[in-house]
Design a protein around this ligand. Structure first.
Ligand code: HIF
Length: 294
């Protein structure tokens, strides 16, 4: 359903206290039996991926894409290869949308990503979030190819993330979110988790990048890395680029050594990601939610 800027402003004005209620409903979804029964035991990682893929289409030159619009509800965007598997997350959130029809999908998805980061970091990461995004129709779908290609390296990463307005530090910082979740052969073609605890957000991603010995995995699938130690973890070529490239590596070292700094900086950069290209109503103020399962 199409919304106007006035609809978005009305939601912000009339539902100030209700965002806290929706946050709680998302946190309860993450702790639900259905969530526990889902692969590693949480919908959280796939919800974080949904929120990021809704936002990461932003192009600062043209002002197109970004979380405002939630155009991934529609084909062709829902069928873009990069978005394979995200229906799981959209469907899991649908009952919350039905119970709160006044909230836009764009706000719901970004609030859900925010909630998942806070809950899965056990309250260690605070992600201030602002309401007021507005859903757009199919005509606003972004072209394919705006999200990163995991088979590439630093040049591609910089191209994609500079287009969104991020710098080298922020590329490395955001990448810490790969502490969460896993790759699926029937979605991206890649296989396996990055860390031993894929439902808890820590700085483990950076530590493992540095501490493990990584080799090319010998298999028929796309090129990816496997750890020589446990042979149960993975890194994508884009992940490995962060320790190959000297500028990136500097930040991997910093965040591997200082988890407190990672938590602090990550919360801020995730807010920025969720806000790319959003024309917030003036009434919209940042809200910092208390984590529920901390
Ligand atoms: Fe991911 N990412 N991402 N990603 N991502 C996958 C899964 C997750 C990239 C590729 C992949 C970010 C950046 C990049 C999450 C969160 C974030 C998968 C596997 C691939 C291939 C999909 C599947 O098969 O199910 C690339 C190339 C990126 C550029 C560096 C962000 C920083 C790390 C921005 C980010 O927040 C999460 C969470 C998952 C796990 C999803 C799951 O279902 O478990």
């Amino acid at each position: 359903k199409l919304q106007t800027a006035e609809d978005a402003t009305r939601a912000v004005k009339e539902h100030k206290v209700d965002y806290q209620k929706v946050y709680k409903e998302i946190a309860e979804l993450l702790a639900s039996e259905a969530s526990e029964a889902y692969e590693d035991g949480s919908y959280g990682p796939v919800i974080v991926r949904l929120a990021w893929h809704a936002s990461g289409t932003y192009d600062k030159e043209t002002g197109t894409g970004g979380s405002n619009g939630a155009t991934m509800r529609f084909a062709p965007e829902s069928d873009h290869g990069a978005n394979a598997g995200l229906k799981v997350a959209r469907d899991a959130l649908e009952p919350i949308k039905q119970a709160n029809p006044w909230i836009s999908y764009s706000d719901l998805w970004t609030l859900a990503g925010t909630c998942a980061i806070q809950e899965l970091s056990l309250g260690n990461v605070k992600v201030p979030w602002r309401p007021g995004r507005q859903d757009k129709d199919v005509a606003a779908c972004t072209p394919d190819g705006r999200l990163p290609d995991a088979s590439k390296e630093q040049k591609h990463l910089r191209g994609i993330f500079y287009r969104m307005g991020f710098n080298d530090q922020e590329i490395v910082l955001l990448s810490g979110a790969h502490a969460l979740g896993r790759c699926h052969t029937d979605r991206s073609g890649f296989d396996g988790p990055w860390t031993f605890s894929p439902t808890v957000l820590t700085n483990a991603y950076y530590q493992l990048l540095k501490s493990e010995k990584w080799s090319w995995k010998k298999w028929d699938g796309p090129k990816q890395f496997i750890d020589d130690g446990s042979r149960s973890l993975m890194m994508l070529p884009t992940d490995m680029a962060l320790i190959k490239d000297k500028e990136f590596k500097k930040w991997v070292d910093i965040y591997a050594a200082d988890e407190k700094r990672f938590f602090e900086d990550f919360g801020k950069v995730f807010t920025t990601l969720m806000e790319l290209g959003v024309p917030f109503p003036v009434e919209s103020k940042p809200i910092t939610f208390d984590a529920i399962n901390a």
